[in-house]
Design a protein around this ligand. Structure first.
Ligand code: GTP
Ligand code: MG
Length: 270
């Protein structure tokens, strides 16, 4: 697998974006396991107080450190994406649950013609040693809803290991990475764990070529999850419904040739 990445890397520059909030104990494992030949590794720190940034710099002196503007995994990823200079973006969790060896399979899927290589724990040989029964049920229900509303064939809506082509970033139209005038820690829609859903539906609606890649999620190595099955599940549900309205509006705008409205989700969901 690692050789494959080295071959692909000749043509395409791979940027790995790692959101991390108090992951100092897990980072050595994750960073040491990254394959060779990457264009850049970007760690987005979420106001960590456990030495996450220091550990990252120590293990990988060439790592780019980004300090996120607000709170939440979604805002962290948006801040990291804004610094990407490569052709391919890989989203990788810092808790040791995602296996960096699998990056090659994601890159290979893009090299074979996909724009979006979507990780799945529930198809194509994927698996999870981490997900709880409750989360699995919620994920499956939300996944079905998205497939119905957006005509997609996703099998794992809320999974953080994915890769896509960097030229698609404008299509994602993520919330601005700095919130002008607002309190520094206020969260906007798209800033939380709904980010994966938002990426999935916006890329599908934009007509991106999507392929799923089987992935095995390991158990988080140290520390505790930042996700709350109920409040974050609700955020995902609200995101799906708001995204459906946004998609309708964009379709109408396109048919009347008007300039699309930006940041609809933020306004729509408040
Ligand atoms: N920068 C930043 N990273 C975050 C934030 N919230 C979560 N993360 C990171 O996002 C990744 C996924 O978060 P987790 O807490 O593991 O959530 P999860 O994978 O859904 O939950 P588990 O399955 O229990 O691990 C980890 O690398 C976290 O450190 C945040 O607010 N800011
Ligand atoms: Mg995790």
């Amino acid at each position: 697998m690692r050789d494959l990445l080295a071959q692909e890397e000749l043509a395409e520059r791979v940027s790995v974006v790692i959101p991390a909030r108090n992951e100092a104990r897990n980072l050595p494992h994750v960073l040491d396991a990254l394959p060779p030949g990457l264009h850049e590794v970007i760690l987005v720190d979420g106001h960590s107080v456990d030495g996450t940034v220091e550990v990252a710099r120590q293990i990988r002196p060439d790592i780019k450190i980004v300090h996120q503007a607000r709170r939440g995994k979604g805002n962290a990823l948006a801040c990291g994406f804004a610094e990407v200079t490569g052709d391919i973006i890989v989203m990788l969790d810092a808790d040791g649950s995602a296996d960096p060896d699998e990056i090659a399979a994601f890159v290979a899927a893009l090299a074979s013609g996909a724009d979006f290589a979507k990780g799945t724990r529930f198809s194509k040989g994927g698996d999870s040693h981490d997900i709880t029964r409750l989360r699995q049920l919620g994920n499956a229900a939300l996944n079905r809803l998205v497939n119905r509303l957006f005509g997609t064939d996703y099998t794992d809506l809320c999974y953080g290991f994915n890769a896509f082509r960097a030229f698609l970033l404008p299509v994602l139209d993520l919330p601005p990475v700095h919130s002008p005038g607002g309190p520094a820690d206020a969260m906007r829609w798209g800033d939380g764990f709904e980010i994966e859903t938002l990426i999935n539906v916006r890329l599908a609606h934009a007509g991106a070529r999507i392929t799923e890649v089987g992935s095995t999620e390991k158990a988080r190595l140290h520390g505790v999850s930042n996700l709350n099955a109920f409040s974050d599940g609700l955020r995902v549900l609200r995101t799906v419904l708001a995204e459906r309205r946004r998609a309708h509006r964009l379709d109408r705008t396109a048919s009347t040739d008007q300039v699309p409205v930006s940041g609809d989700l933020v306004e729509e969901s408040r």
